[in-house]
Design a protein around this ligand. Structure first.
Ligand code: GRG
Length: 288
């Protein structure tokens, strides 16, 4: 399956939202961290989830792109010296290395505010329950009950060997929350049926965990050229990861087991002849 149709739609929309205005430096810094080699997995998940439920994907596009902007903001902030202190991201210098810390912080802030401008505008133009639900869901998944919570657990756990439960809570929130929100956003454009939302939430949680385990595996097995950022960064910052806690073999074993589970769940509900199933396969087999 070729996801370029979805990706082009997303890239065009992101570009449209980021036209350079004055002062140019902040707009350049925002574009630097968005218009680049990002895989766009989260917004593509939203479009594919909407597609599998046969709803017009244009309805979810502003919300899908809002999630990508939030994700880009989180990457800028995550790379800052006060956080992970990384020099490379998406194959080039991190935002603060390119523009300095002050502009990087403000570019991140702007990329967090912009999605709420976009989503609230979509809600004003079309104040459906679906739109309001999705905006609220994304806000919740981003905040202190979701991604921020995961990042905080990550930071306060540095240098400690944490329990399996805490590691799962960390992954479920830091990486899982936005991935879950991406799937739910697409599904909720079609229906607010509780069972369907719950199904996509569970699927998103599991995919988020799979995604993060792969990230942990690639950190120790891949190359800087392939993943576009420094390798062994978790080891250097003394972080507990799936690999450091359980070892590489167990991480790979669990990865395969969880991957089979999500594919089986999808197959049971929607069959295999759809973009969402192909996308899950692509994500599971990714090597960057
Ligand atoms: C934005 C409100 C707000 C807070 C920021 C810094 C922070 C709080 C959270 C960090 C979250 C984080 C960086 C999680 C890691 C997620 C992850 C696995 C990123 C890599 O995702 P890919 O592979 O990357 O989809 P690309 O570059 O392709 O988008």
């Amino acid at each position: 399956m070729d996801f370029n149709f979805y990706k082009n739609k997303i890239d065009n929309y992101l570009d449209l939202c980021l036209q350079i205005k004055k002062p140019a430096i902040i707009h350049e810094a925002m574009r630097y961290s968005v218009i680049n080699q990002g895989k766009r997995i989260r917004p593509i998940l939203s479009l594919a989830a909407a597609d599998v439920l046969k709803v017009d994907i244009d309805k979810v596009l502003p919300f899908a792109c809002a999630i990508e902007f939030i994700h880009c903001c989180s990457l800028i902030h995550d790379d800052l010296p006060a956080m992970d202190n990384d020099d490379y991201r998406r194959g080039k210098l991190t935002n603060h290395k390119q523009y300095g810390e002050a502009i990087a912080i403000l570019a991140g802030d702007s990329l967090l505010n912009l999605p709420y401008e976009i989503m609230s505008k979509a809600c004003l133009l079309n104040p459906t329950q679906n739109n309001l639900f999705v905006m609220n869901y994304i806000a919740d998944a981003t905040g202190v009950n979701g991604m921020i919570k995961g990042q905080v657990i990550d930071i306060i756990s540095e240098g400690k060997k944490i329990s399996k439960e805490l590691l799962l809570e960390l992954h479920e929130n830091k990486t899982g929350a936005l991935i879950r929100a991406s799937l739910v956003a697409g599904a909720a454009m079609a229906t607010l049926d509780n069972d369907m939302i719950k199904f996509f939430e569970k699927l998103g949680l599991k995919l988020g965990l799979i995604f993060q385990i792969k990230d942990d595996i690639l950190d120790v097995t891949s190359t800087k050229e392939k993943i576009g950022k420094d390798i062994n960064s978790d080891l250097k910052s003394d972080k507990s990861t799936y690999v450091t806690l359980f070892g590489l073999e167990k991480a790979k074993y669990d990865y395969d087991m969880f991957s089979k589970q999500v594919l089986d769940d999808l197959k049971t509900n929607f069959g295999i002849d759809n973009n969402l199933y192909s996308l899950f396969n692509y994500i599971i087999n990714r090597d960057n």
